[in-house]
Structures are given as structure tokens and as C-alpha cells.
Design a binder for this molecule. Structure first.
Ligand SMILES: [Zn+2]
Length: 407
């Protein structure tokens, strides 16, 4: 192990005896008391020295035996230590792909802030490479979202859509102007490949000539060009994902409003059916109207209302929720929906309760119990930490906020 105090967190002395690591309340930790010699020792934890050398240098500045290990333990408990060689074989392989690794360094630093254990950030970043996400929709939201996922290291991003690229599909982070007139699915897939960090990330064939197996779907993202099917998702369209336990996330822009969520963990959190049943209770004529709005009509020939700034923001936010889930957490869109409308752009969240009449069975389940049980919906999420563990991690992270954060 080559320990390193996480460089992603800024350090500042609060007073002569305590150091604060990190700026924001979400991730900052205060360590104290810290004497001058220990403060000097902190600067040696920069990832260039192994433990034997650190112990040797500590002795040289007059610190007693065991001081290095004790300090490392304190830092480790506070989630402040990273291991520049840690994260397992996949992380090691990623470090060797220098071009890709350099592209992803800010993402790795971010993951090191979020995940406490040494090497945890590198392990999760590398795990993304083995995951497969399907994005349904290659419009202003879907294409940009797919590009962000690919650029963030998700190994395989499949984009599904029909028709050909229209001029209004073109966005700075999505489909390029040159793609107008081409098939949407093909252009979106090329965008995904161009966005991927590094080159040569996919082996076309195994050494024995057999094509590589497609990894199971970790997540489906429903991001239709017309955002209505994301705003009022059709339970029938989700039947296959519900049956296979495939997590899915809805996002889109409809009439100058945007939504991110719900992220559905089949059987564990509210689904499209729960959403529809709840909505019908609030407004009994909603199903009749939804059926009319769902019917294809002339809109296909004309672009619907979709502000580019709003579409770009929601693509980024949905991608971030998706990545957080793929990295093993349960983002705030789980069983909830984030909504924002022009012109005030005030994000608000609405919890979507699981409905007792919905056949998904999520109603009445304690979320933590459900997700920590065997056969949980997260089974399709390759290489990620157990959800129950993530609950504990999240709780621990909150406890480490400024205030009670002395370690
Ligand atoms: Zn349901």
C-alpha cells in the first residue's frame, strides 16, 4: 500500500491543533488534535512512499514507533486515505491505459471523495468499464446523456431510437450537425464511441475467435425525444424490465418542464404502475387524458418544446444519477422524481410512494430491507457494492459532516 491523504480535498488549519479536509459540508472532515510533528508527517502521505519507508521517516523526525500506523488508522476511519496502487486488478489495468486514465482523473478524484475506503474510487471507476447501459431515445436529452455516460467510463452504452437525425436534434453535447439525415441510432452510437475515453477499449473477438459476451444490462434509461412517456410512463412498456428485475430511470423534457426519476428498482421502489395509480387517485380523469396524449400524432413531424439549456441540464443530472447508481449508491431519484420548470428553474423533488394495488409488490416493503435481501433488484448492477452497505456508507458520510466531524 502507498497511502495518500486524498488530494481531492483541500486542507486548511482551522487553528494550531486541527486541520480541516474539504470545503463543503457534505464531505468535509475536521481532524484534531494534531501536533506539529504529526502535521509534518501528514505531508509525507502523498502516495510516493510505502509503509516501511513512512515508518522509517517518522522515526527520523523523532516520532515513536507505531505513530504512522495510528495516524493512518485515524485518517482511514475518516475516509481520508487513498491507496495509489489500490482498487484491484481492473483498476490496475485502467491505470495502464494512460490516455483513458488521464481523461478520467477528475472523475476518479470525485469518486475518491464519495467513497471512503482506500482504492474505493479507483475500484468503482474501473467497474464502470464492465457495465452496460441502454439509453432509449437519441434526442436532445438522450444523446447527450449517452455521451456523458460513455465519457465517464461506462464500458458499453447502447442507444435505441428510430428515424433520422433532424436539424433540431443537434446539440453541442449530443448529435453533431454533420449527422443530420443519418439514422439516429447509428449516429448516436458513433457519438458514444467518440466520447469514450481512450481507444481500443473493446475487444472485438476473444483469442478463440468467439465474439465477447454482452454483459447484462445494469440500467435502462428512458429518455424519449418527446418527454411525455418519461413524464407519464406507460406501465406496459416497462413490463419486460419489471419481469427481469432491470433497474430503469425515466428522464425527459415536456412542455418547458423537465423530470429526472423515478429510478425504479423493480419490486423495491415505486414503478411506472405505482406512479400511474397514484396519479389516477389524485385526478380520476388522468388515465383518459394520458391515453390521448400517448397516441402518436403530428408532433413527430415537428419539434416539441424543448429548451436547449434545460435539456442539457437534465441530461447531465440524469447521467449523474445513473452514475451514482452504477457506482453502488441509491441516488435521490430512487422512488422519487426531481422536477424543474422554466423560467424559474427551481428544482423540487416529489416522493413517489409505492402503490398497494400495483403488482410490482414494492408497497409495504421497507426500502432497506428489500434491497439488502437476496435476489435484490441490484443484481444486474455489475461490480458495485451491496446496497445495504451503501446505506451504511451514506449514513456514515453524513455523520462525518462538519460539526461532529473531529477524528
Ligand atoms: Zn409499482
Amino acid at each position: 500500500m502507498h497511502p495518500m491523504v486524498k488530494p481531492a480535498l483541500r486542507q486548511a488549519w482551522r487553528d494550531l491543533r486541527s486541520v480541516q479536509f474539504g470545503v463543503t459540508a457534505a464531505h468535509a472532515v475536521v481532524m484534531g488534535p494534531v501536533d506539529t510533528a504529526t502535521g509534518s508527517l501528514l505531508s509525507l502521505f502523498d502516495g510516493t512512499r510505502g509503509l516501511p519507508r513512512l515508518r522509517e521517516e517518522a522515526r527520523a523526525i523523532g516520532l515513536p514507533d507505531g505513530h504512522v500506523d495510528a495516524l493512518l488508522e485515524r485518517l482511514g476511519e475518516a475516509g481520508l486515505v487513498d491507496d495509489v496502487t489500490g482498487g484491484g486488478p481492473a483498476a490496475l489495468a485502467l491505470r495502464k491505459r494512460k490516455e483513458a486514465y488521464d481523461r478520467l482523473r477528475p472523475d476518479l478524484a470525485s469518486l475518491s471523495v464519495v467513497h471512503a475506503e482506500p482504492g474505493g474510487g479507483a475500484a468503482r471507476l474501473a467497474a464502470r468499464g464492465a457495465m452496460r447501459v441502454q439509453v432509449r431515445g437519441a434526442g436532445r436529452v438522450g444523446a447527450a446523456l449517452a455521451a456523458v455516460l460513455s465519457a465517464s467510463g461506462v464500458g458499453r452504452v447502447d442507444v435505441l431510437d428510430g428515424g433520422r437525425v433532424e436539424p433540431w436534434d443537434v446539440t453541442p453535447g449530443g448529435l453533431p450537425a454533420e449527422a443530420v439525415g443519418e439514422r439516429r441510432a447509428v449516429s448516436a452510437q458513433q457519438l458514444v464511441l467518440r466520447s469514450a475515453p481512450g481507444s481500443g477499449r473493446r475487444a472485438a473477438r476473444r483469442p478463440d475467435g468467439v465474439p465477447p459476451q454482452r454483459p447484462p444490462l445494469s440500467l435502462v434509461i428512458v429518455a424519449p425525444r418527446d418527454g411525455f412517456p418519461a413524464y407519464a410512463p406507460d406501465p406496459l412498456a416497462a413490463e419486460g424490465w419489471m419481469a427481469t428485475g432491470t433497474p430503469h430511470l425515466y428522464t425527459g423534457v415536456v412542455e418547458a418542464s423537465a423530470v429526472v426519476g423515478p429510478l425504479v428498482l423493480p419490486g423495491g421502489s415505486a414503478c411506472a404502475g405505482c406512479l400511474a395509480l397514484g396519479r389516477a387517485e389524485l385526478d380520476p380523469v388522468w388515465p383518459r387524458m394520458a391515453a390521448q396524449w400517448r397516441t402518436p400524432h403530428r408532433r413527430e413531424a415537428n419539434p416539441g418544446p424543448c429548451d436547449l439549456g434545460l435539456a442539457t441540464a437534465v441530461a447531465g443530472m440524469a447521467a449523474s444519477h445513473a452514475l451514482s447508481f452504477l457506482d453502488g449508491a441509491l441516488p435521490a431519484s430512487t422512488g422519487a422524481r426531481w422536477e424543474v420548470s422554466l423560467p424559474l428553474l427551481e428544482w423540487r423533488s416529489r416522493r413517489i410512494p409505492a402503490h398497494p394495488d400495483c403488482p410490482c409488490g414494492a408497497a409495504g416493503q421497507n426500502r432497506g430491507e428489500c434491497l439488502s435481501g437476496p435476489g435484490a433488484p441490484h443484481d444486474t448492477m455489475a461490480g458495485a457494492a451491496a446496497p445495504a452497505e451503501q446505506f451504511r456508507t451514506a449514513a456514515a458520510a453524513r455523520q462525518l459532516g462538519i460539526g461532529g466531524a473531529h477524528v
